[in-house]
Design a protein around this ligand. Structure first.
Ligand SMILES: C[S@@+](CC[C@H](N)C(=O)[O-])C[C@H]1O[C@@H](n2cnc3c(N)ncnc32)[C@H](O)[C@@H]1O
Length: 286
């Protein structure tokens, strides 16, 4: 499948309208409000850490930034999709804020944010769209002051175990190193895993199936080691977008499924390691 760069995907009218609307309407028939839950987790962390200045990298249509600004924080943001920036500036004006709070920049290599000038960088649904995640994080680090903080959301790789679909198959194939198994065992193993559903056949498409460039999901058990190599300590993880049953069931009765997901949302529940598709990573620069 031909891959589309993330900012090009998000530059479409559909995406811009979607990101401008999703924080206003709580409609389980339209979509699961995972990003609303994510924003709540970010705001609670900001209330805890009280950073003096904040940059929202990949701010989209600006609705989370406006919400955070209304809570009294000093925040600016940028995006690489021009239409997102245009919409975000309109949204700022509508909310009586300066349109200069949002500008055009690239989180892979930000040019308009001064080095060592920021207390806290937010990546809400942003950095997993990097071509090069490590480089992106290292470039964010340059912008942070001493003891600065980066808070970002990431996809949870362990969720693949609980989905019982083609993601599970891929996860287990890697875990059991299928390619090294002797032929006879390989066949037995393949027959054991053949009944996992193929999510590509069902209605709800995700970013992989739409062919958007993104980074591979992170393992919550190893993210601390990964971030340490980049010069950060992970202080905590917060899980969101819980799944009460494998995602296939959402196709059978989406409202019932989503109501049950919402009831489960608890960022600190251990079940998040397996049943939440995403997590917020709260890190401090070493
Ligand atoms: C999933 S949306 C999230 C938007 C917003 N943070 C929110 O939570 O509503 C991801 C955003 O990242 C932006 N993006 C993708 N690649 C980018 C890049 N290299 N630099 C800056 N923004 C980028 C997209 O244009 C899009 O607006």
């Amino acid at each position: 499948m031909k891959k589309t760069k993330a900012f090009k995907h998000f530059n479409s009218k559909y995406s811009v309208d979607e990101y401008a609307e999703m924080y206003k309407k709580f409609r389980l028939d339209i979509r699961y409000p995972a990003n609303v839950k994510r924003l709540e987790i970010f705001v609670n962390l900001l209330k805890k850490h009280k950073p003096k200045n904040i940059i929202d990298a990949g701010c989209g249509a600006g609705m989370p930034l406006i919400y955070i600004k209304k809570k009294g924080f000093n925040i600016r943001g940028y995006d690489k999709a021009k239409n997102m920036v245009i919409k975000a500036k309109e949204n700022l004006k509508e909310n009586k804020f300066s349109s200069d709070l949002i500008f055009y920049d690239d989180f892979e290599n930000p040019k308009k944010v001064k080095n060592s000038s920021v207390d806290c960088i937010l990546g809400m649904g942003a950095f997993y769209y990097s071509k090069n995640f490590k480089k992106t994080i290292l470039n964010q680090k340059k912008k942070l002051k001493r003891n600065g903080r980066i808070i970002f959301s990431a996809r949870n790789r362990l969720f693949d175990i609980a989905t019982l679909n083609n993601y599970t198959k891929k996860f287990l194939d890697d875990l059991y190193e299928l390619k090294y198994l002797k032929k006879e065992w390989k066949q037995k193993y393949i027959s054991l895993t053949k009944n996992f559903s193929d999510r590509r056949k069902y209605k709800f498409k995700n970013i992989d199936e739409k062919g958007v460039v993104n980074h591979k999901p992170h393992n919550p058990l190893t993210i601390n080691t990964e971030m340490k190599k980049l010069g950060f300590i992970v202080e905590n993880l917060y899980f969101y977008h819980y799944h009460p049953l494998p995602p296939l069931f959402e196709n059978f009765d989406k409202i019932y499924y989503r109501k049950n997901s919402w009831k489960m949302e608890d960022p600190s529940d251990w079940r998040g390691y397996l049943l939440a598709s995403a997590m917020v990573v709260d890190c401090k620069k070493i």
